[in-house]
Ligand binder design. Structure first.
Ligand SMILES: CC(=O)NCCS(=O)(=O)O
Length: 349
């Protein structure tokens, strides 16, 4: 039995799972999203160059990916520290920080933030989407990728001794590329050896989550210890959602706080409102999936921080939980979603 068994691995070391408390399973505290810059609508170039003004806040919410500066969350460590203190005050205990190789994971900063704020921070191992894979990564065998991921969990990542406590977010595009497929297989192999939690970023197509589960399963992955992220922008049909839920992964609604009319990465997608997200959670609870739901905000741009008029990391605890209760999700079920399900997922087998 490994020393990890029955424990959760934070950036400050192993903790007992009962210490986690309320947990956001998909956030970023420091990262860059430059890989996903999207040019502004014609005529809006000037706003995009100087967006952090009161009169541009609405524009920024609608076009968060069209302003280079907005994509540099790593410049906001001070604001994030204040946010984490507010998160604790609001009753939060833990944050899973999903930044992986390709979007500037910064483990020393995560460790310092955890020390400064008392929030448990769990870091992610592995690789983001193909467009961020280096040529060297693309050339690696599944075995080599597996060794690297295992080492990031057992020994530390990016030349530090700071250890990751989950694998992911593992990035995939649609269609899934050859390099991403290798990373998914390596993820499953590493999970088999470590008994650890996994979290996946699916491509923007309703069939992507099931295809990912198929690849992981074929490589021996444990789907019951895997979170499928971003379902709120990926599966919209109730029937398709239930079909996917039957496959047994955790079902993550993690874009709480995001309001966007035109989702630039897939204009077919109508990004839901928070009310529609809560409705989807209530539907899944009614269908018996309260043991499988997890939630978060996936903050990855500056405009979503309270410093810039955004909702911050406490939005779910402050605003969404009361709405969940109003829509028929019981306190016991809310506690499962915020405490029990993340705890169960994050505990090493
Ligand atoms: C950091 C990250 O991958 N966020 C997801 C953004 S998306 O628009 O939902 O894909």
């Amino acid at each position: 039995m490994s020393e990890l068994s029955g424990k959760v691995q934070t950036v400050l070391g192993l903790v007992d799972p009962d210490q986690l408390g309320r947990t956001m399973t998909h956030e970023h505290l420091t990262m860059t999203f430059e890989c996903c810059y999207f040019p502004p609508p014609p005529g809006d170039e000037e706003v995009a160059e100087n967006p952090f003004q009161m009169q541009h806040m609405h524009w920024l919410r609608q076009n968060p990916y069209s302003c280079h500066e907005n994509l540099l969350l790593q410049q906001e460590t001070g604001a994030v520290r204040d946010e984490l203190l507010a998160y604790r005050k609001a009753g939060g205990g833990t944050i899973v920080e999903n930044t992986t190789t390709g979007i500037d994971r910064d483990l020393p900063t995560l460790k310092q933030l955890a020390k400064d704020t008392g929030v448990h921070v769990i870091a992610g191992a592995g690789y983001y989407v193909d467009s961020t894979h280096t040529e060297a990564t693309k050339r690696m065998s599944v075995e080599k990728l597996t060794d690297i991921i295992i080492s990031e969990v057992l020994h530390g990542a990016d030349g530090t001794d700071i250890r990751c406590g989950v694998i992911g977010e593992i990035g995939t595009s649609w269609p899934i590329t050859e390099s991403e497929t290798k990373v998914l297989r390596a993820t499953a192999h590493a999970q088999t050896q470590l008994g650890c939690p996994v979290i996946i970023h699916p491509g923007r197509n309703p069939t992507a989550p099931a295809e990912i589960v198929r690849i992981l399963q074929e490589a021996g992955g444990d789907i019951s210890k895997t979170v499928m992220s971003h379902l709120d922008r990926t599966i919209f049909d109730d029937g398709e959602l239930l079909e996917f839920a039957k496959l047994g992964s955790y079902l993550e609604y993690d874009l709480f706080g995001t309001e966007m009319l035109n989702y630039p990465y897939n204009l077919e997608v109508d990004m839901p409102s928070d009310s529609q997200r809560v409705k989807a959670l209530a539907f899944l609870v009614k269908e018996g999936y309260d043991d499988k739901i997890v939630v978060a905000h996936d903050i990855h741009t500056k405009n979503r921080l309270t410093k810039y008029g955004g909702h911050g990391y406490s939005h779910i605890l402050k605003n969404i939980v009361p709405k969940m209760l109003m829509r028929g999700i019981s306190q016991n079920q809310v506690d499962k979603i915020l405490i029990d399900n993340p705890k169960c997922w994050l505990t090493f087998k």
